[in-house]
Design a protein around this ligand. Sequence first.
Ligand code: AAL
Length: 407
Amino acid sequence: MIYKKAIIPIVCLSILAACNAPTDKNENKKNMKEDSMIISDEQMDKLGITNKEYLSAASKRALKWPNIGNEWFIEFNELEPLKGDLAYEEGVVRRDPSAMIKVNGKYYVWYSRSTGPTQGFGGDIENDKVFPWDRCDIWYATSEDGYTWKEEGLAVPRGEKGAYDDRSVFTVEIMAHDGKYYLCYQTVKSPYNVRVKNQIGLAWADSPDGPWTKSKKPILSPADNGIWKGTEQNRFLVEKKGDFDSHKVHDPCILPYKGKFYLYYKGEQMGEEITFGGRQIRHGVAIADNPKGPYVKSPYNPISNSGHEICVWPYNGGIAALITTDGPEKNTIQWAPDGINFEIMSVIPGVNAHAIGLNRSADNEKEPTEILRWGLTHVYNNYNYQSIMRFTSERKTTHVAKGESAK
Ligand code: AAL
């Protein structure tokens, strides 16, 4: 299908529209007239507006909608289990799959892998496993068809004692660029307490099968302008919260973009609160001239006020993002013409595919969400163990009763 690639106008889906209620009826009517718009009969008919003298806030927003189709509106289907080595295995955590790349006819994926149950923070954190993603290494697997996978083994191990990544390396992303391969991932240094800062590391190789060389230092760290209150291990107690990423930089994903390298990431803030959309989670971007950095955080950060795991892809000269899980704009797809200023393009029914690993071999320019037709995600089989699954999504194009024709 040929998709018209004119400049994509932005769907103005104002989730939190300012409410400016006039007090009496006449004033109401006057206000409506003051910002009265020229409304064609065709618009009236399409939007089902009763009286153009009385436009509700919703009708005013609808009148600003650009004339686009439903290309950004999708639904996710039930997840499917994988086969072979990536099928659920009791005792093993496999989660947070990277994007898939296709090399010599085979799909490659990297992921966090650990073994054994999670004890949490209540006991001896020096020896316990505090999260399912604690004490992870980065492993990889390959597949011919995306369903049946062969676990190839370890790609990037934790660092030696004392290194910035000595406790866990996890939640990895892959970038293939100019014949080289780059893995970026989260790192934690021991002891893994609730106030520990999480950073981002990088490894590179000439082949997807490695060997991988790790960066000696993190390529991104949390902002250091937050101040903990007291010394108790309590991440909610702060004198000052600091920037949106003062506690953790997570879920890194590097995209080559406009001759530079955009490292998108999730920020967690010291003194995190529950707000009107769930956890206070935002996304940021850091930009470098070279894949290995140095990465400089954008002064526009945060670039989203919602979301969780980063899921970004290039589309039509800009960058698209699937925003899930947290914040008032969760369950939306957004697009930024410059990779920074994101606008909501669609709202989608509850996304059941989290921590998505996109299929980078898809034709991402075919239509805005083509890259979401299928890919990888993970599920909690139980609190201790997670496994990688396959997701699919489709565009919603009809709504018909049984036996009814769509035309
Ligand atoms: C994920 C990601 C990060 C978090 C944890 C493991 O889905 O957001 O990686 O640290 O959960």
